[in-house]
Structure formats: structure tokens, C-alpha cells
Design a protein around this ligand. Structure first.
Ligand code: FES
Ligand SMILES: [Fe+2]
Length: 357
């Protein structure tokens, strides 16, 4: 096969974009910080004072339920000298959030209440030194955050996913378990892999045994920034698969047995954490074994994907792979994903350097 682009083909993105630190930093600002990202689930922050801390777009943040019942999000950063305010991953904070460094204290709504023992007179206006806020919103029991404030509200960002998934009992399902893995794989390589089933027959025997992958559909909602995959249950198979992928990396994997809700936390060029939560209708002790089997079945598919992607990333890093052609039959959504990347990065501007097609 010729390695020069043919007009009839779409091509993968240049390999350098999966390993270049400058490009990654641009992605962080132009993509990760601008979009809503899955952060936690509502049950974890049900009562005033409940918080969950984590990282969004590389920024340490936390969400906290206020005394007024409003869920807010803040940078996990004291305005004095930048210390992390909440060290644990989750819990309930006191009436005040007291910085562990010099004890500045903030109210649950983010106001600076006291610059403890700062000096005889506070030489600045405390109202200007509240916690730096991020956007937070809830949807059907899931909590999302966004670093850059303003812009599309969560529901419009989700677009038609909101109505397309409305028959699925998401909010009545209960949390069962988490699976997290840190891997040397770029977030884009993971997204592209998710968005084609060209590899399913070769790589996912248990997925193929469960679903009729000869009759799956994969639709690109280009303007709305999401993808929808649907696979019917195979005769005698395990489940249907109803999948939504909202760019850049929200994954709602909805099955008859429960849901596998996943996201990616990019950690650097060519590095990411895959975060996966499993929810079931019945999480009683009697169901524990069956639920674990379903979660393991789903996790196995991710394990298979990450296994091949580690090898892909090594070749991208090594500088041997440049780019390859995309299958017109199976990889149209990969092209759709790349279009979203290009558009978000501003083709021709910033760090994204894509060869003309
Ligand atoms: S850094 Fe928080 S009080 Fe000094
Ligand atoms: Fe896969």
C-alpha cells in the first residue's frame, strides 16, 4: 500500500500529536478545561458539608454541598500561599474549611471568613479572597465539573443524550464499585479505540458472545459533539449495549444488567487514568457475586483495549508510526472524533499541526 494520502481516504492524526508536551498543554486549555467532565456521583455529596476532591484538566479541585443545599466547586487551593485545603478524597468538612498551612478559614460557600492571626489590621479586602470557583452541575445522579466558567450549561452540552437515554433507569441505580487504571496511553488513542468496532471480532470474544455485533449502529452527532453506539443482544446473549461517548471523554455504557460509567483523566502527553464506576439496580449482599461478574465482564473489555493501546502508544512514542488510513466502512466515528479535536484546537492555530488531507 502506498503511504501517501489518497483523496478517498481519511487518515489518522499525525503521531506527534499523541506525545508532544506543547500540544498536550494546548489540549489542556482548549479541550479539557473548556468542557464538562464527569467528576463524581450525587450520593457522595448529598448533605451540607459533604465534599469530594479530585483533579479536572490537571487542576486540583473539590465539590462541596453548601448549607443552602447548593453544590459548588472550587479549586483546592488556598488564596494565601496556595496550599491544598482538603487532603482527603471525600468526607464531610466542618462549618469552616481551615487551611492546614496557616489556618486561613473559608465558609462552605467559598468566602474567606478569617485570615487567622494575619496581623493587627487586614490590609486587604477579604471579600476578594474567596476560593476560586469552577462550574458544577448534576445530571441524573452524576456530578460534572468544568474549569472554564460560563458557556453551555450541562444539559445543552449533553444535547440529545439527555432524551436518548431518558428511558434508561440511571438515577435509580446504586453505586457498586470503582475500577481505575493508570496507563501510558494518550486520551485520544483511547477515544478513537472506543469509537470503532472494527477491532471487536479480533479482540473482544466475550463482547461478541453477548451482543450481536453484526447489527450494531454507530452514529456521529457532529454538531452536538457526541457519538451513539447501539448493539442488540445476541440470541442467548448477555445484554444489549447502549453507548454514549460525549467528547472529549465521557462514556455512558448502559447495559441490561446495570451501567458502567467511565471517563478519562489525561495525565500528560501519552498518559491517562481510566476511571470506571459500576452501578446496579440491586446492590444487596445476595446480588454481590452476580454484580461483580457483570462488572468484571465489562472491565475485561477495557483491559483488552488498553492492552493493545499500550503497544500503539509505544510505537507512536518511538517515532516509527506516522499515520495510517481509516477504514471507510468502520472508522467514520474516528474521523468524527478527530474533527472534534481539530475544531476545538483551532485548526492551524495553537499547538495542533495537522497535515492537509
Ligand atoms: S497557604 Fe493557606 S493559610 Fe497560608
Ligand atoms: Fe474495544
Amino acid at each position: 500500500m502506498s503511504s501517501s494520502p489518497a483523496a478517498s481516504h481519511h487518515w489518522t492524526l499525525p503521531a506527534s500529536l499523541y506525545r508532544d508536551p506543547e500540544n498536550y498543554e494546548h489540549e489542556r486549555q482548549a479541550i479539557f478545561a473548556q468542557n464538562w467532565a464527569l467528576f463524581t456521583w450525587s450520593k457522595r455529596v448529598e448533605n451540607p458539608g459533604d465534599f469530594v476532591s479530585g483533579v479536572l484538566a490537571g487542576y486540583p479541585v473539590f465539590v462541596l454541598r453548601g448549607d443552602d443545599g447548593v453544590l459548588r466547586g472550587f479549586h483546592n487551593m488556598c488564596r494565601h500561599r496556595g496550599a491544598a485545603l482538603l487532603a482527603s478524597e471525600s468526607g464531610a468538612c466542618g462549618k469552616l474549611i481551615v487551611c492546614p498551612y496557616h489556618s486561613w478559614s473559608y465558609g462552605r460557600e467559598g468566602r474567606l471568613v478569617k485570615a487567622t492571626d494575619f496581623g493587627s489590621e487586614l490590609s486587604f479586602d477579604a471579600t476578594n479572597w474567596g476560593l476560586l470557583e469552577i462550574d458544577v452541575a448534576e445530571w441524573r445522579g452524576l456530578v460534572f465539573g468544568r474549569i472554564k466558567r460560563g458557556g453551555q450549561d450541562l444539559r445543552s452540552w449533553l444535547g440529545a443524550i439527555d432524551t436518548m437515554a431518558e428511558g434508561y433507569p440511571l438515577e435509580s441505580q446504586k453505586y457498586f464499585t470503582t475500577k481505575m487504571r493508570e496507563v501510558e496511553v494518550d486520551w485520544k488513542a483511547y477515544g478513537e479505540n472506543y469509537l470503532e468496532c472494527y477491532h471487536c471480532r479480533a479482540m473482544h470474544p466475550t463482547l461478541c458472545a453477548a451482543m450481536d455485533i453484526d447489527h450494531y449502529t454507530l452514529d456521529v452527532y457532529r454538531e452536538e459533539g457526541f457519538f451513539h453506539l447501539y448493539a442488540p443482544k445476541r440470541d442467548g446473549g448477555l445484554t444489549r449495549g447502549l453507548y454514549f461517548y460525549r467528547f472529549p471523554y465521557l462514556m455512558l455504557n448502559l447495559y441490561d444488567w446495570g451501567s458502567s460509567i467511565a471517563t478519562v483523566e489525561p495525565l500528560g502527553p501519552g498518559r491517562m487514568r481510566h476511571i470506571n464506576w459500576y452501578f446496579f439496580q440491586d446492590v444487596s449482599a445476595e446480588k454481590a457475586e452476580e454484580n461483580q461478574r457483570s462488572a468484571d465482564w465489562s472491565a475485561q473489555i477495557v483491559t483488552e483495549d488498553l492492552g493493545i493501546l499500550l503497544g500503539v502508544q509505544r510505537n507512536l512514542n518511538a517515532g516509527i508510526y506516522e499515520r495510517g488510513p481509516l477504514s471507510p466502512k468502520y472508522e467514520h466515528a474516528v474521523k468524527g472524533f478527530q474533527d472534534m479535536v481539530r475544531e476545538a484546537m483551532g485548526n492551524g492555530g495553537g499547538g495542533l499541526r495537522v497535515a492537509a488531507e
